[in-house]
Design a protein around this ligand. Structure first.
Ligand SMILES: [Zn+2]
Length: 117
């Protein structure tokens, strides 16, 4: 469809991204067993690194988001960039949704409001 070359993450960036993900997952699992293994500042640093890693991997795997897409994967399926910002009834946090998931939530009557229509 689109033949413009996308900026690829370097091998080093991919390794760093994977390392951060690997570490946060390991840390989370370890923390689940030992509770106070990290200070909150240390944990926040790990979370920040993981978020950067997820951005790098998302772009490496999905390409750059299109103009109408958010630079954030769908919270529901994590398979596509989000294109909607949904408020689910009974859920305080808003949900980033791709179009198929948004339509699914809407069809199930789970949306509190539809601000982007
Ligand atoms: Zn989705």
């Amino acid at each position: 469809m689109n033949t413009t070359p996308q900026k690829k993450a370097t091998a080093g960036e991919r390794k760093a991204a994977f390392a951060a993900l690997y570490r946060v997952l390991k840390t989370s699992l370890y923390r689940g067993r030992t509770m106070d293994s990290l200070s909150s500042a240390e944990f926040q640093q790990v979370v920040d690194q993981a978020n950067e890693a997820l951005d790098v991997l998302a772009r490496a795997i999905h390409g750059a988001p299109k103009g109408w897409q958010y630079a954030h994967l769908c919270d529901v399926c994590c398979l596509r960039y989000a294109e909607h910002f949904a408020r689910e009834a009974g859920n305080e946090l808003s949900t980033w949704c791709c179009t198929p998931c948004y339509q699914h939530l809407k069809a199930e009557g789970k949306l509190k409001e539809a601000p982007h229509e």
